[in-house]
Design a protein around this ligand. Structure first.
Ligand code: NZQ
Ligand code: ZN
Length: 388
């Protein structure tokens, strides 16, 4: 087990009714608020009115940035930074899913960034000086509520770049706010949480039992509760367990003691979203079983971990590791399909025309080659092909 240092400076307020802390928490930070949100789901659910009422009672002045798209655009970041500077904003309140919160993190940092904002979003950097950010999470998926990352897209250049920005100061995570999330987004968000577990779990590191056990528990939890949340959207237990898994899975906790696998499925998926604007979790669900099959054929040293996944997560029995691993991957693909995810790129309207470009971009800085199970650009193209 490798050494690690971990500090998550986020006040996570989890559970039904936690919105009650919003006024007090915001007032501790500032009163000049930039309220950010997406395409309007918070207006339909009534959360917008609730939040506005709380901000009014807290004596806040509110400037709004709405219309933040899924796969949030650099243009929204630029607009938000301009609003912050013009209105002397002292705190950003993001209400929504990962896209709204990610965009708000980039805005928070962009306010202090002296230079081109796309250069900030597309370059590698650590935590940045930022305005304080509070969020109210409405979709269980990305883990952005408990991590410092954000992913911003430039549709003009077909680039989707993830990077570090800032941790939220406070994250309000009320599972009841996710009851209105569609079946499709529930399935996609759950696949995203699962991928956050898989990325470091399906690696060659051994002796990190705490991490392996946490990942296995989260995977089983998500596979148990996602179908329930789809069937019974108001099931609190299901929504709460998915939200708790969202909080933890991307926070680095289930990677304690590991060197980091390079997150190959995320690198490949970000290219799919950058070129075709697809839903992140859907792209991950399509890629993951194909990637598993590919690395199993390419490098048999991954077999013990895939067999362990088969036995401990997918409930496959038998003594033959290879049979167990193969059956587990098939079961995983069938599971994703059963949640309503279109499981081929063809169904998503994606052909092979950009595979080589996408593979080259995913391999920027030799990122794919440096993965735990190293992948060349030709390997990446083959994995995309297997998804057609
Ligand atoms: O825009 P609105 O109207 O709010 O509708 C959204 C959007 O259409 C809707 N939605 C959200 N909450 C809802 C709701 N609809 C009904 N009821 C609610 N309560 O769902 C749609 C998708 O929202 P989005 O925020 O895009 O989804 P998600 O949370 O999955 O975020 C995806 C983005 O996060 C990035 C992804 O790449 C993608 O850009 N990621 C961020 C990470 C991070 N910061 O750590 C890690 C992840 O791996 C991921 O890359
Ligand atoms: Zn993800």
């Amino acid at each position: 087990m490798q050494n690690y240092t971990h500090h998550i400076p986020v006040k996570l307020c989890f559970g039904e009714g936690q919105i009650k802390v919003l006024g007090t928490e915001i007032k501790k930070i500032g009163t000049n608020v930039l309220l950010t949100y997406g395409g309007g789901s918070i207006k339909k659910t009534g959360l917008y009115d609730t939040v506005m009422g709380i901000l009014k009672d807290a004596g806040c002045t509110v400037t709004e940035l709405s219309g933040i798209d899924p796969n949030p655009r650099i243009t929204s970041v630029e607009e938000g930074v301009k609003l912050c500077r013009e209105n002397n904003i002292d705190v950003i309140l993001a209400v929504g899913g990962g896209s709204t919160i990610d965009c708000s993190k980039a805005i928070a940092a962009g306010v202090y960034y002296d230079g081109d904002l796309w250069e900030m979003c597309s370059s590698f950097h650590g935590l940045l000086k930022s305005l304080p950010l509070v969020d109210v999470l409405t979709l269980s998926a990305t883990g952005t509520e408990f991590d410092p990352f954000a992913v911003i897209t430039n549709m003009d250049t077909n680039q989707k770049c993830g990077g570090m920005y800032a941790y939220p100061v406070v994250s309000i995570c009320d599972p009841t706010y996710t009851c209105t999330v569609s079946a499709y987004q529930t399935a996609a968000g759950s696949a995203d949480i699962m991928s956050h577990c898989f990325e470091d779990y399906i690696g060659r590191e051994i002796g990190t039992e705490i991490s392996e056990g946490l990942s296995e528990t989260m995977l089983k939890t998500v596979m148990k509760y996602c179908p329930i949340a789809i069937k019974e959207p108001n099931n609190y237990e299901a929504r709460a367990n998915l939200m708790a898994a969202s909080n933890i899975a991307c926070a680095g906790i289930a990677s304690y003691g590991k060197g980091g696998s390079g997150w190959p499925c995320h690198a490949m998926e970000h290219e799919l979203s950058a070129f075709y604007d697809i839903t992140h979790g859907v792209g991950l669900a399509v890629l993951t079983p194909r990637w598993m099959r590919y690395i199993l054929a390419k490098d048999v040293s991954i077999l013990p971990r895939l067999a362990r996944f088969g036995r401990n997560v997918m409930g496959v029995t038998g003594d033959d590791d290879m049979k167990v691993a193969v059956e587990a991957i098939d079961k995983l693909e069938a599971y994703f399909k059963s949640t309503g995810i279109p499981m081929t790129l063809t169904e998503l309207g994606i052909g092979e025309e950009n595979f080589a470009k996408m593979a080259a971009q995913a391999n920027t800085g030799k990122a794919m080659e440096r993965c735990d199970i190293s992948l060349t650009e030709a390997d990446v193209v083959e994995i995309y092909r297997a998804c057609l």
